[in-house]
Design a protein around this ligand. Structure first.
Ligand code: HC1
Length: 568
């Protein structure tokens, strides 16, 4: 171990530990802006400067390793002065729009200005020459607010393996943008929004579509229905100061009723339906020599990724649309018929943890009801803002139930929100459909958790079904390359675009780290355990849907409304 002194206290750390990590271990907080553990350790923002006795200048704590006998001071007048000056320089070409900014109160720059005691902005610099890029259906890029921390670049490259954005130009003209400064909507960005989760300011944020929803809610001609994704019930509480992993399903339903939605439905219902269709597709491909491995298709960032980077594997994708899109198609057909409502009047809103869902809803193939199936997608963050604007006191709301029939679901539907959940839900159903026996242990632990790639093998009436689960597109690449190189053979693969699955989606409340992801995942499985039904094929509303409307899984109507084909 290395022994050093930080602010008069002795600290022992393993060799190679940075001063920043050593200080954190000792309970000393050093401010950071560009630092992102393991992903972006570049010492660029100079806000973590500290004084090391004997050193000629202040050093950046995030990139300087602790040494034996080192004496560090983290809060001398010189340190405080240098940090504040560096922050003032960053602020000198930052628009002073805090009051109207989408990240007002959740901006790290704003918070640092308060913590470092910046009382006035003394420096007025030249402003960024770049304009807002609103070409993407999901994400707005505002270089004026960029502090060049490069956290977004690191996530896009190292976690997602996409590299849609990078540092361009030099000197004062330096900007984070796609190559050749192309508009984001025209490059290989998959719309996952992981960049927006790590951006400390509002330089990258979700496209705000709350105005469209306010307008629909105020229109007496419209019948406005809402669906909530599995992951939102364990994260929206964070927008109101609740602990990560707080289960707020009933309050979420109540809040949406208070906003004025005519019906509050659940994407979990169509998650169960997806299992009926995708499970049947798996069994059909296994029994008829179809293309394997079958790969899940519910995560739209993942779909765009495979279209750009692995087009030869497109025939492996399940033809199932995502639960969000199945819901939209059924709301404007089955539900419209059942309730006697003209589908032209029905306005479908989704609340999703995901920025790519905005893009998915606008894809040309997502109109099988004869209308745009899903009219507007809001992220968890946008819904949080709407609830605040409406003056809804979230914490004091009562617990209410979803509406029937599109709000009825099982535990298998809710676990879609965590990595491994779609696989586990499919296994619960496929096992019973294939073997005809009752599954005794419902918990497939091997496919749960934050390990990047998970594998399992399940005996289905004598056949060993080999499965894999990957979350985060860098991990997806590992699995796909292993399949392409014939190093690994699987029958069924679940891929979710975002680390942790949808609970870690790009539209979720900030901040997000693995500890927060783990808490949300634990909450998802707790919801599952508490559901009276935990297998999709036991969902009575799904059974009624087949009886009354669809006929059978993979039938003619299902193909028309619930399936699609993706092309490069
Ligand atoms: Fe997801 Fe899905 S699980 S993709 O992560 O299949 O976004 O939560 O709604 O559609 O059900 C997202 C979550 C979500 C779909 C479902």
């Amino acid at each position: 171990l290395v022994t050093l002194t930080i602010d008069g206290r002795q600290v022992q750390v393993p060799p190679g530990t940075t001063i920043l990590a050593a200080a954190r271990q000792a309970g000393v907080k050093i401010p950071t802006l560009c630092y992102l553990e393991e992903l972006n350790v570049i010492g660029a923002c100079r806000l973590c400067l500290v004084q090391v006795e004997g050193a000629r200048a202040l050093v950046a704590a995030c990139v300087t390793r602790a040494a034996e006998g080192m004496v560090v001071h983290t809060s001398t007048p010189a340190v405080r002065h240098a940090r504040r000056l560096n922050l003032e320089l960053l602020m000198s070409n930052h628009p002073q729009e805090c009051l109207t900014c989408v990240r007002n109160t959740s901006c790290e720059l704003q918070q640092l200005a308060a913590e470092l005691g910046v009382g006035e902005i003394r420096l007025q610099g030249e402003m960024s020459p770049y304009e807002v890029d609103d070409s993407s259906p999901s994400i707005i890029r505002d270089p004026r607010k960029c502090v060049l921390c490069r956290r977004c670049v690191a996530v896009c490259e190292k976690v997602q393996g996409v590299s849609a954005i990078a540092v361009q130009e030099r000197g004062f003209d330096t900007v984070v943008a796609p190559a050749f400064l192309a508009p984001l909507g025209e490059v290989n960005c998959v719309n996952c929004g992981q960049c927006s989760l790590v951006c400390p300011t509002a330089a990258i944020h979700e496209r705000d579509e709350t105005d469209k929803v306010w307008a629909a809610l105020a229109d007496p001609e419209k019948h406005v229905v809402v669906q909530t994704a599995p992951a939102v019930r364990v994260s929206i509480g964070e927008m109101f100061g609740l602990e990560p992993g707080s289960i707020v399903t009933g309050k979420l339903v109540a809040a949406l009723r208070r906003l004025g939605f005519d019906k509050v439905f659940d994407t979990d219902f169509t998650a169960d339906l997806t299992i009926m269709e995708e499970g049947s597709e798996l069994i059909h491909r296994l029994q008829n020599g179809g293309r394997l491995p079958l790969i899940t298709s519910c995560s739209p960032g993942w779909i765009k990724f495979i279209e750009h980077f692995y087009p030869n594997l497109l025939p492996n994708l399940s033809t199932c649309k995502s639960p969000q899109q199945m819901f939209g198609a059924l709301a404007k057909t089955y539900y419209a018929q059942k309730e006697g409502i003209d589908p032209a009047r029905i306005f479908v809103v989704s609340i999703m943890p995901c920025t790519a869902k905005k893009y998915e809803a606008g894809r040309p193939e997502m109109n099988s009801s004869g209308y745009r199936d899903v009219d507007v997608v809001l992220t968890t963050r946008e819904l949080g803002r709407m609830l605040k604007q409406a003056g809804i006191d979230f914490e004091s709301l009562p617990e209410e139930d979803y509406d029937a029939p599109l709000g009825i679901s099982t535990g298998a539907g809710v676990i879609f929100g965590a990595t491994g959940g779609v696989m586990e839900a499919a296994l619960r159903t496929a096992y019973e459909l294939v073997t005809g026996a009752t599954l005794l242990s419902l918990d497939f632990e091997e496919v749960r958790g934050l390990e990047g790639v998970k594998e399992a093998s399940v005996n289905l009436a004598g056949t060993e079904l080999k499965v894999a689960v990957a979350h985060g597109l860098g991990n997806a690449r590992r699995v796909l390359d292993a399949v392409a190189n014939k190093e690994r053979e699987y029958h069924f693969i679940e891929i979710m675009c975002c680390p942790g699955g949808c609970i870690g989606g790009g539209g979720q409340p900030v901040p997000v780290d693995n500890e927060i992801r783990a808490k949300r995942i634990a909450a998802i499985y707790q919801v599952d355990r508490q559901m009276p039904l935990r297998k999709s094929h036991e969902n009575p509303a799904v059974q009624a849907l087949y009886r009354e409307f669809l006929g059978e899984p993979l039938g003619h109507k299902s193909h028309e409304l619930l399936h699609t084909h993706y092309t490069p």
